[in-house]
Design a protein around this ligand. Structure first.
Ligand SMILES: Cc1ncc(COP(=O)(O)O)c(C=O)c1O
Length: 371
């Protein structure tokens, strides 16, 4: 079979059933919003036609301003997920060498694998704070490397890169004629100032982002690709047209209304995220069964049950899910050992977050072999 189902999707809470989960710490976005929360109003004279194949111009205009690029450099997609599929499938061929971070949002690895690329994983290690060492990544770029793909703020670790390292990587990629894809899906969830966009440094840079995570509207299914090279843009739009011709005019109208109010909507969300971040830090700093790295961006972290804690991970997840009603994203979703898990701290309410973390610690205690 050509496509393999990704565990993160197969075991996702929406497929399992939200109503079967008491404390949902699996999510990588802020709390889901309603149409009312974000003030969307759809006029009944909206024409349900095929839309502009690149995406609603007014929406692309807002995005172009964010990136300081022109309207023609922006293509709207069905979420960042489709942006990744279009980008990889349009620009990569079988056996092409691509350097990519692990762990990662699985589609970032699975799509190039499906395409038959030579997927070269750059591993982020907990012992190094999940930090990428830009020089060691650069040393792995070969003359034939077609693409480097990075994600910041990083999923599932919450790690960050600094602007200088991003620029260094961008210039090295340009010199080698290597595309540098930056998945910025969590860009608006950067703690402090956002990173510069790679498209500021090189025309080999491609940015991918969406509305899903920061505002918490993944159901609008709207993302985008920013790319300044016209020839490449032709390939990207061709891929999009072969998949879906154009996006949904309803989704794009909703996305436009939301993005227009982005700053206003993000102010209370950022405050809420910070308060939840403080809860996670306070609770995880005060226990001794998990090792963890404080996230520097995004709304997830990737703790690990310490080696000295002897347990059966299957039993741990059984107790966690069935006795305490807590769900997290197990390491296997990210091709990692199940001692790791992704903890999403911004989606649940604060009390649910606290109960969820307590449940994790209790489940470890319950199944631990030698306390
Ligand atoms: C790093 C990253 N990229 C892309 C996506 C896809 O997001 P969406 O298609 O909802 O915009 C996700 C979703 O979890 C993600 O974490």
């Amino acid at each position: 079979m050509k496509y393999n189902r990704m565990l993160i999707e197969e075991e996702s809470p929406e497929q399992y059933g939200y109503d079967r989960i008491k404390y949902n710490l699996t999510e990588s976005s802020t709390t889901d919003k309603t149409i009312k929360d974000v003030g969307i109003q759809i006029d009944d004279d909206l024409v349900l036609c095929y839309g502009d194949h690149y995406g609603k111009p007014e929406l692309r205009e807002l995005i172009a301003k964010r990136y300081n690029v022109s309207l023609d450099d922006v293509i709207i997609t069905v979420g960042a997920c489709m942006a990744l599929f279009i980008t990889y499938s349009a620009l990569l061929a079988e056996n092409d060498h691509i350097l990519i971070m692990k762990p990662n949002y699985p589609a970032n690895i699975e799509i190039p694998r499906t395409l038959g690329c030579d997927v070269d994983l750059y591993e982020l290690e907990i012992s190094k704070g999940f930090q990428m060492d830009v020089d060691s990544l650069l040393s792995r770029i070969k003359p034939s490397t077609k693409m480097v793909s990075i994600t910041y703020p990083h999923n599932p670790t919450g790690a960050m890169i600094n602007g200088e390292d991003l620029k260094k990587l961008a210039l090295a990629c340009e010199e080698n004629k290597t595309y540098l894809v930056v998945d910025e899906t969590y860009g608006d969830l950067t703690r402090g100032e956002r990173l510069p966009h790679v498209t500021d440094f090189t025309d080999y840079g491609i940015c991918i982002e969406s509305l899903s995570k920061a505002i918490g509207v993944p159901g609008i299914r709207t993302g985008w690709i920013v790319n300044k090279d016209p020839k490449r843009q032709e390939m990207l739009i061709s891929a999009k047209e072969q998949i879906c011709i154009c996006g949904s005019v309803v989704d794009e109208e909703c996305a436009y209304q939301v993005l227009k109010r982005n700053d206003e909507l993000m102010t209370p969300i950022k405050k809420d995220v910070e308060e939840k971040f403080d809860i996670v830090c306070a609770m995880l700093d005060q226990q001794d069964v998990l090792e963890w790295v404080r996230p520097r961006g995004g709304v997830v972290c990737f703790p690990r049950i310490k080696d000295e804690v002897e347990l059966d991970t299957q039993e741990f997840y059984d107790v966690l899910n069935n006795k305490y009603g807590v769900f997290v994203g197990p390491g296997r979703w990210f091709g990692m050992d199940d001692r790791y898990f992704r903890l999403g701290y911004a989606w649940p309410e604060k009390e649910e977050l606290k109960e969820g973390i307590k449940g994790i610690l209790r489940a470890v205690r319950d199944v631990r072999k030698k306390p």
